[in-house]
Design a protein around this ligand. Structure first.
Ligand code: NAD
Ligand code: RBV
Length: 487
């Protein structure tokens, strides 16, 4: 991170103008966030909130961050993945006064340092601007709220507190051993600064929100074990998030990443998609739309049956591996593709993961097996195997649609991030009435998010007449479906 200042560490401030132009364009594709600004701008519901945000630092995230700022909040932002930043978006936000830590291609040490930085608001200039006080000199100050993607920020807070209490670090299932050691060393440095630094920083947090499937799974573990320190709103399971972003978003950005990375023809090739959840469904549709033959791997009989009914072959990776041109993991699970698979793969098969963490492909096993590695270009690597074949790994096994491309397009992220903005408003206004649990977005709010996106696509909703509403037993203003409806 070459550009550093009192409230930022990013790649290059000179990219701010380019970032601003892209943000301006994205705003026109994010009607939900613009509607939030219009509706809540005057009342400023999160006014005074200090929100520590860990999301991919993209142009779309910049529009969300600026929405939160327009509503009166201050934001410290870091990336949730080492390869998913758009440096121009980071620069534009810094130029606008937001505190930003992260760049595309940061190291894992930098990644964790950035997360630590966004939790510490002690000298943040936005606070001075808000309160009219001069910066510096305050007691240590933490966030009032967190906004997380994947759960690393929330886990770091929980680990930090535990480490200060016991000197022990719990082994997170999502972190490799070496990453665990980075977190330990970070927390040791923090403890040298102050033995209760994390406890103090966490004491002001009243709640937060989580963006993605994997993050929700991790929060639910903390909730089940009675260890969740504050209420968290589950944005992922809003229908207007997971049934749109995870599916239609990846339907766009999988191909974007594939094309930018390899420019290889997809039509006529054979692709294996591991996982037929929301993301797997979007990947399969994108690839078959390009004319690829798609084979699905699933462990859940319901999703496997869905895949079969959608016309895909459903098979075990082992039984089709020699045929595959592309292998894509979307499971949110570990070790889906490993040492036993690589030697059997076709020459120049392309391997890509779009699940949140980089543990779906066993990359260390591939590294061990390979006799050499050629970097074709950044985030596109050719692994030469002892059998004379080579394999192409994208984004080093990390989330490829954000590494090799720029993630989902603005319109679909508008729906996700409108849920995020509403979740943060709820935390600012109502956290005192929430328990330390994971909460879903209410269906009426979910329907509202969809509603504000219709006009931009020229979609005209049919109005339910009062007698029709009575007949099907709903209110004419919604919610239109019972909680268990699956869409
Ligand atoms: P999901 O739970 O809907 O789908 C995952 C599917 O994988 C499930 O159907 C599950 O049965 C299946 N599965 C689990 N283990 C498997 C295995 N070993 N082999 C085959 N199938 C297996 O989750 P989702 O919402 O589709 O999200 C999947 C992952 O993608 C998560 O990590 C999520 O956080 C991430 N995600 C990424 C993006 C992106 O932009 N790249 C967007 C949304 C979500
Ligand atoms: N995602 N963000 C973008 N353009 O900012 N694209 C994808 C973007 C999010 C998506 O919501 C998913 O749940 C998460 O990245 C996985 O880390």
């Amino acid at each position: 991170m070459k550009a550093t200042g009192p409230n930022y560490a990013i790649a290059d401030l000179a990219l701010a103008e380019s970032g601003r132009k892209q943000i301006r364009l994205a705003e026109t594709e994010m009607p939900g966030l613009m509607a939030v600004r219009n509706e809540f701008g005057p009342s400023q519901p999160p006014s005074g909130a200090r929100i520590s945000v860990s999301l991919s630092i993209t142009v779309q995230t910049a529009v969300l961050v600026e929405t939160l700022v327009a509503l009166g909040a201050a934001v410290r932002l870091a990336s949730c993945n080492i390869f998913s930043s758009q440096d121009e978006a980071a620069a534009a936000l810094v130029a606008a006064g937001v505190s930003v830590y992260g760049c595309k291609g940061e190291t894992s040490e930098e990644f964790w340092w950035c997360l630590d930085q966004i939790l510490d608001w002690t000298n943040d200039p936005q606070i001075a601007a808000h309160s009219g006080e001069s910066a510096g000199g305050q007691a240590r100050l933490g966030p009032t709220s967190v906004l997380d993607d994947g759960g690393d920020l929330v886990y770091l807070i929980h680990q930090g507190l535990e480490f200060e209490r016991t000197g022990e670090l719990e082994q997170s299932k999502s972190w490799a051993n070496w990453e665990h050691e980075i977190v330990r060393s970070l927390l040791e440095s923090s403890r040298l600064m102050s033995s209760d630094r994390y406890a103090t920083l966490a004491s002001s947090i009243v709640g937060g929100s989580e963006e993605t499937t994997t993050g929700i799974q991790r929060l639910e573990v903390l909730e089940r074990e009675g260890r969740l320190l504050f209420p968290m709103i589950n944005v992922n399971d809003a229908v207007t998030k997971s049934k749109f972003d995870n599916k239609y978003g990846i339907r766009h950005s999988l191909l974007d990443g594939f094309n930018r990375a390899t420019d290889v023809l997809i039509g006529g090739k054979t692709a294996f998609v591991a996982g037929y959840g929301d993301v797997g469904k979007g990947c399969a549709e994108a690839l078959s739309g390009q004319g690829a033959r798609v084979i699905i791997g699933e462990i859940d009989p319901i999703c496997a049956l869905q895949a079969a009914m959608d016309g895909y072959q459903v098979a075990r990776l082992e039984s089709v591996i020699e045929q595959l041109d592309f292998i894509i993991t979307t499971t949110g699970n570990i070790d889906v593709v490993g040492a036993e698979h690589y030697p059997r793969m076709k020459n120049l098969a392309i391997l890509a993961n779009v699940g949140h963490f980089d543990n779906e492909f066993d990359v260390p096993a591939l590294e061990e097996l390979a006799v050499s590695v050629t970097e074709i270009k950044p985030l596109v690597h050719e692994y030469h195997l002892p059998n004379g074949r080579s394999l192409i790994l994208l984004s080093e096994g990390r989330v490829m649609n954000l590494g090799n491309a720029t993630g989902h397009p603005s319109f679909v992220m508008s729906a996700s991030f409108t849920n995020q903005a509403m979740a943060q408003i709820e935390i600012a206004q109502n956290a005192a009435n929430l328990e330390n649990r994971v909460y879903r977005i209410p269906k009426l709010a979910d329907e509202k998010v969809a509603r504000v996106h219709l006009a931009a696509l020229g979609a005209v909703l049919t109005e339910l007449r009062p007698e029709q509403a009575r007949y099907i037993g709903v209110s004419a203003d919604g919610p239109y479906k019972p909680e268990q409806y699956r869409y």
